[in-house]
Design a protein around this ligand. Sequence first.
Ligand code: TYM
Length: 331
Amino acid sequence: MTRIFSGVKPTGHLTLGNYLGAVRQWVAAEQEPDEALFCVVDLHALTVEHDPARVRRLSRQAATLLLAAGLTPEKCTLFVQSHVDEHARLSYLLECTASDGELRRMVQYKEKAAKAQGSGEGVRLSLLTYPVLMAADILAYRTGEVPVGEDQRQHVELTRDLAVRFNQRYGYTFTVPKATHPVVAARVMDLQDPRSKMGKSGDAGPGVVFILDEPEAVRKKVMRAVTDSDGGVVYEPAARPGVANLLDILAACTGGEPAALADGYTGYGALKRDVADAVVELLRPVRVRHAELAADPGTVEAVLRAGAGRARAIARPVVDSAYRAIGLLEP
Ligand code: TYM
């Protein structure tokens, strides 16, 4: 049996990218006989400028949305990262395993640090060490598979390197995990800027579809998506990223294949209408279920409390064994 672990960061409202790249795979993974843990990684939301009340609100909303999307507490463990101390405990040991250079090479660090510097904010030290905490999230559960979007590939690679290094130095302690990505829509792009990832941090962005957007808002954003000046509908991600992104989204929603879907269209208008319809229908049940669950916060809280208990029971012995292996005395 493989253990699966993945997480989402409450730094903004969840997007269509989060749904297609990650959450939908989680719901599918939960149907397998494997053991699955999913986590709202709230500690990661503190690595950039944040408003405490907003982080609390978004953490609750993310957990509610994951349940609305179809995760079931009977089949998986859903919890909040800060409720399980083992993540932070293990992170320190992995900081003693990682090197400064390998963290400075992380693409997301370079991008986010440049942005923070450009806006006059300082770069928080935790932004640099973030991938180590992510490695701790994964390794604390002896995870085998990490279902994520394409943008997390480098972080999971680092996690593997740290697991191997720790095991070599101190004796076998961690399972070496591997990332899994969806076949299509592993990297959903911004509808206004199809060379950039659709990201949740740019809230209210006209190129970002949020899972909880009203159907009218979804339609408006899709119909205004930037395409290419060349009129034909062909699937060429490098040369024509706008159209390729729409075809990827359509394929992910309908189960088709992007290049084959392109053959069915002669103009952008019809393609956009079909994408809008498909996205609205895909998200509708999630939105409806979210409204029901949000009206019953006690249920969500109970799920998270039980989840944290189960997660702790798995992580505690693993992290304890890492403490012993690295040379720390038993208390
Ligand atoms: P986060 O919160 O940015 O995103 C959550 C998940 O959604 C995927 N994703 C996308 N997939 C396709 N297209 C997009 N535009 C898109 N945007 C986001 C991400 O790849 C991710 O799978 N570092 C992680 C959170 C994390 C984590 C972990 C994940 C912390 N610890 C341990 C797995 C295991 C992050 O920032 O995800």
